[in-house]
Design a protein around this ligand. Structure first.
Ligand SMILES: [Cu+2]
Length: 103
């Protein structure tokens, strides 16, 4: 049997690099504001993933980081596209006690 590198491998690597570049420019965009939210009843990874999935789908929301141990959510968002209250309300609608700790 001959060992052969797949001809599409370099293509996959280029696509991955482009995706990483797009992701980092989104995460570090200076137009983004940040919001820190305390969620009292955030106990596990599944709650965190549920919240992250919901926030990721909202237009104007960038990087979402959730810490279960500190019960905190850090959200990067574009305030021209989405008001802070709408992000907070989304978390409340999922059944969590969300409160802004810094903005
Ligand atoms: Cu949970």
């Amino acid at each position: 049997m001959k060992k052969k590198i797949s001809p599409i491998l370099p293509f996959i690597i280029i696509v991955l690099l482009m995706a990483m570049a797009a992701f980092s420019s989104k995460a570090f965009s200076t137009a983004m504001k940040s919001l820190d939210i305390k969620v009292d009843n955030l106990y596990c990874i599944s709650c965190a993933m549920r919240i992250k999935t919901a926030l990721d789908q909202m237009p104007g929301v960038g990087d979402v980081r959730i810490s279960v141990s500190s019960k905190k959510i850090h959200v990067a968002y574009d305030d021209a596209k989405i008001p802070q209250n709408q992000i907070l309300q989304k978390i409340k609608d999922l059944g969590y006690k969300a409160e802004v700790i810094k903005h």
